[in-house]
Design a protein around this ligand. Structure first.
Ligand code: IMP
Length: 436
């Protein structure tokens, strides 16, 4: 039973890229199943920093084949740019190592302009999207008007379809007081990108099912996070796809019987970009301490947008909810090193809503915005733990904090990260294999 699904347990930016990089060591295939270049995965290997938006971080492992699944939305120009950047950094990208699903939908300049116009029109209710055209591309998909990657196989047909689509987008843009796009110029850039991408387009569901039947380990790499899921997140302050574990099955095209491991990733505290409720949000000095100054790559500023992230204490209620929605078999805790120096570490173990205690988030957004976290407070630690490599060398208070989180969500935590580098992972069991 060889599929592992990796899912963000919070609002994205949990450090999934570095966890995927660890799990990819024992995988033959790494496949992304949702979202587009709204994601930003940072992987540190020695002195090199790779910022990936579309291509799974598994590409940095030679034995791995990477797949961009049908559940994704792809900006062809961004994908070509990312391929070029990786190739310039010495990473081999060939159609044998990277494939793009026939059925993935395309993001066009029309979608980018529509995303910006829709955000402007929302005014004070803006979602704070990444402006990568994600929502409009998924809207076209469900409205059955979208462009699919497979259409790039025939340049003439693609050019006509793209031109028609851009004209339709312009009609909408004019109604929304947005700036129309120039169909001629946009079509040229996209045709160039289409010609470059053609060799990578495949029936990726077939490819994945063959690998699974051959008993090869497939790692399904999620983007964004559970609370941004269009069904299960803080609707409408969500993205337009299904980043949760179920999304891996539809977003790649294989059946649930192959899945034997669902790994949730959470930071040791909370962050969020964009609008929407965040019950444990902090401001002032504590927030600055958690966020960092922005001087380091790993400080809490968006990889894709550069926006400072909202920060807060760990929300155990959300984590419990994410565990339920995804069926995590384990949780990996990231950025534990950032908590050194806090006198105490509160974890929200419940919410108070009008005097009633809740173990799970309430159903409506209005209620989610009103809940007051009920904290249980744990002692902090002062030691710098970034050099710790053995579980037993973590301070006792750190281990108690980890165990408290595991007990809040009812899931084992056997791996934590104490820094951004590849080797800054600490495993509870030294002998633990990553694929078993
Ligand atoms: P969109 O996906 O660009 O439509 O943005 C919708 C919401 O999801 C916004 O609040 C974004 O900030 C958030 N979002 C989208 N992608 C990511 C991500 O990779 N990390 C964190 N937040 C994200």
């Amino acid at each position: 039973m060889p599929a592992t699904i990796l899912v963000g347990a919070q609002w994205g930016d949990e450090g999934k890229g570095r966890v995927a990089d660890w799990l990819a060591k024992n995988a033959k295939m790494v496949a992304r199943y949702a979202g587009g270049d709204n994601a930003g995965h940072t992987v540190y290997v020695g002195d090199a920093v790779f910022k990936l938006h579309l291509i799974p971080s598994g590409i940095l492992h030679e034995q791995v084949t990477c797949v961009l699944g049908n559940g994704m939305v792809i900006n062809p120009v961004s994908l070509v740019r990312e391929i070029d950047e990786l190739q310039a950094a010495g990473v081999a990208i060939t159609p044998e190592r990277l494939s793009l699903s026939n059925n993935a939908h395309l993001i066009t300049p029309g979608h980018l302009a529509l995303d910006a116009a829709a955000e402007r029109a929302r005014g004070a209710g803006a979602i704070g999207t990444t402006l990568r055209g994600i929502g409009p591309a998924y809207t076209d998909k469900t409205d059955r008007r979208g462009l699919r990657a497979g259409e790039m196989r025939s340049i003439e047909v693609f050019a006509d379809r793209l031109y028609e689509h851009l004209e339709a987008a312009n009609t909408k843009l004019v109604q929304m007081y947005g700036d129309p796009v120039d169909p001629q110029m946009s079509t040229e850039a996209y045709i160039e990108a289409a010609a470059r991408l053609r060799p990578y387009i495949q029936d990726t569901a077939l490819q994945i099912n063959r690998a699974l039947k051959d008993n090869q380990r497939v790692l399904c790499e999620g983007a964004q996070g559970t609370m941004l899921d269009v069904d299960h997140g803080d609707y409408p302050y969500v993205t337009s796809s299904s980043p949760t574990a179920g999304g891996a099955l539809t977003g790649l095209g294989f059946g649930p019987r192959y899945v034997d491991r669902v790994v949730g990733v959470t930071k040791a505290f909370s962050t969020r970009v964009g609008a929407g409720p965040m019950p444990t949000e902090l401001d002032g000095e504590l927030a600055n301490q958690l966020r960092g100054t922005g001087e380091n790559f790993w400080d809490e500023f968006g990889t894709t947008t550069g926006r400072p992230r909202r920060v807060g204490y760990l929300d155990g209620v959300m984590l419990r909810y994410a565990t339920q929605i995804n069926g995590f078999s384990e949780v990996v805790l990231t950025k534990l090193d950032v908590l050194s120096g806090f006198d105490e570490l509160p974890i929200a173990i419940g919410y108070d809503l009008n005097g009633k205690t809740l173990d799970f988030p309430p159903p409506t957004l209005a209620e989610r915005a009103r809940v007051q976290p009920i904290y249980r407070r744990y002692p902090g630690w002062t030691e710098d733990i970034s050099r710790v490599r053995r579980w037993a060398d973590l301070p006792e208070t750190t281990r108690a904090y980890i165990d408290a989180i595991a007990s809040v969500c009812g899931t084992p935590i056997n791996t934590v990260s104490v820094g951004p580098e590849r080797d800054q992972l600490v495993h509870r069991w030294v002998e633990q294999r990553t694929d078993e």
